[in-house]
Ligand binder design. Structure first.
Ligand code: AMP
Length: 170
């Protein structure tokens, strides 16, 4: 999606996995959280994003914010750099479908956090913490819901439609 619009794809999960692969100090600190599917503490996650966003003009954020504290910190950062969010895309997928897809990915890629226990933990944390963030953006009126259970091409087209709406409204 980001590539189609020529803007950087800023994915906290990818950044954390890269840090683990590099064996950096950050990687050593976050690895235990990634392995069990727990959330990395807010302060580490917010610092990582703050550094990255300062470098970019526009971006697609993926996997961030996942907690209310992260959402509030993001608001403050965006205020500071004068770049409000254009849209928040919620890809809606049932727990059953998410579990099925993650199990299939586990077979293909062998990601540590695609174990059955880590998958359950990640879904639990989503419902407990991230759904509040979803409600927050819904209230702010900038959230677009896309059915994430469609094919990849259909999801892509639905997101494109949603973004056209945003650009036209500007
Ligand atoms: P993902 O690739 O988005 O599924 O993220 C993989 C893992 O990275 C998550 O299970 C968390 O351990 C960590 N992670 C990614 N994004 C965040 C975030 N915004 N807050 C806390 N932990 C995160």
């Amino acid at each position: 999606m980001a590539a189609a619009y020529g803007v950087p794809h800023v994915a906290t999960g990818d950044m954390f996995r890269a840090a683990v692969a590099d064996g950096s100090e950050l990687g050593k600190r976050v690895r235990p959280y990634l392995d069990t599917g727990d959330l990395v503490p807010d302060d580490l996650t917010i610092d990582l994003i703050r550094e990255r966003l300062a470098e970019e003009d526009g971006f697609v954020l993926d996997g961030f914010p996942r907690t209310m504290a992260q959402a509030e910190a993001l608001d403050a950062m965006l205020d500071e750099i004068g770049k409000p969010l254009d849209a928040v895309i919620l890809l809606q997928v049932s727990d059953e479908e998410a579990t099925k897809r993650l199990r299939a990915r586990a077979e293909q890629e062998g990601r540590a956090d695609d174990s059955p226990e880590a998958i359950r933990n990640r879904l639990r944390l989503y419902h407990e913490l991230t759904e509040l963030v979803v409600d927050r953006y819904q209230l702010a009126g900038i959230e677009v819901i896309v059915d994430g259970e469609q094919t990849v091409d259909e999801v892509f087209a639905a997101i494109q439609d949603a973004l056209e709406g945003v650009v036209t409204r500007r």
